[in-house]
Design a protein around this ligand. Structure first.
Ligand SMILES: [Zn+2]
Length: 320
């Protein structure tokens, strides 16, 4: 492994999603800290136990688990670690805004279903999606008592110095950890091969795409020498170059969306079918496509390029 990553070990853990793996990061030095936690599935638990056993440790020996964000594949086993006496840390914003997705699941599911319908998702599809989300919930053990980190905080993890940075966009309460030698633990704030999903979910901050683009700039400003990322990778060396590629991707998608709207008003659902025409997308993937389309629409609406009308479903149209 690159010596620049001394003391940081990517731990690929299988997940039943198209990405196939989530990369956790084991910080090893004076003690051990794990960043992120995968889904509560037997294969995932075994992969984590094996990685720790190779260093003579068990899950309960960890000093802490730090979660980059609340998505199931990063958060699902947090409660399992907590039950073994390991404190679980998240950004304060994630505890306030995102953690409730899973700790107060039923009300959140109801509000989500209404949000899907409002933006044009057909009823039968919403019903399918509820099943998918209930299955996902069964693979998650939320932490009961997550502890808060704050933006800008300096902290020592396993004897190494890090700073915590809030990078909203992919999730409202997403954090990255910058080691004092410039290595970034990035979670899903930036990814190789795929672009991080940016969705407007129920209760999301007002402008997830605006947040995301701002977070990419913030990451560039940190001048990281390398980033350990949550999927694929596991290392991105040209972080600035990759962040600019992702920016260009969104500029192109915004341009395409404006072009589609030239032929008249449509719901976010209808537009998502046109922008992501790939056949055979799973219900989950269709949901991500819809949420990303809505994030782009809201971005344009906030900048006066499109407007929405209050019909049921809500439709978006070009301004002027
Ligand atoms: Zn994620």
């Amino acid at each position: 492994m690159d010596t620049a990553l001394d003391g940081l070990h990517p731990v690929p853990v299988p997940i039943p999603y198209p990405m196939k793996y989530v990369n956790l990061v084991l910080i090893e030095g004076d003690g051990m800290v794990l960043v992120d936690s995968a889904l509560d599935l037997p294969d995932a638990r075994r992969a984590i136990e094996r990685a720790l056993a190779a260093r003579g440790a068990r899950p309960g020996d960890l000093d802490a688990v730090v979660l980059t964000h609340h998505h199931p594949d990063h958060y699902g086993l947090a409660g399992w670690f907590e039950q073994q006496g390991v404190p679980v840390y998240m950004l304060d914003v994630a505890i306030e805004r995102d953690h409730v997705w899973w700790s107060c699941f039923e009300p959140w599911l109801e509000r989500s279903a209404a949000h899907f319908r409002k933006h044009g998702m057909p009823g039968a599809f919403v019903a399918d999606l509820r099943k998918v989300m209930e299955e996902t919930r069964s693979r998650i053990r939320p932490p009961r008592n997550p502890r808060a980190l704050v933006d800008g905080q300096q902290l020592e993890l396993a004897g190494q110095r890090f700073s915590v940075h809030w990078t909203p966009g992919h999730a409202d309460g997403h954090l990255v950890l910058l080691r004092d030698d410039g290595v970034l633990i990035a979670g899903d704030a930036i990814l190789d091969r795929i672009t991080p999903n940016v969705g407007k979910w129920v209760g999301s901050r007002p402008d997830p795409l605006g947040d995301f683009l701002h977070s990419l700039k913030k990451i560039r400003g940190m001048e990281p020498r390398a980033a350990l990322v949550g999927h694929y990778g596991p290392v991105i060396e040209d972080v600035a170059g990759r962040s600019r590629e992702i920016e260009r991707h969104h500029e192109e998608r915004l341009r395409l969306l404006l072009e589609k709207l030239e032929s008249g008003a449509r719901s976010a659902w209808e537009l998502s079918l046109e922008l992501f025409p790939q056949p055979g997308l799973s219900a989950s993937q269709r949901r991500f496509a819809w949420a990303e389309t809505l994030a782009h629409l809201v971005y344009l609406e906030l900048r006066g390029r499109v407007r929405s009308s209050g019909e049921d479903p809500l439709r978006f149209e070009l301004v002027g």
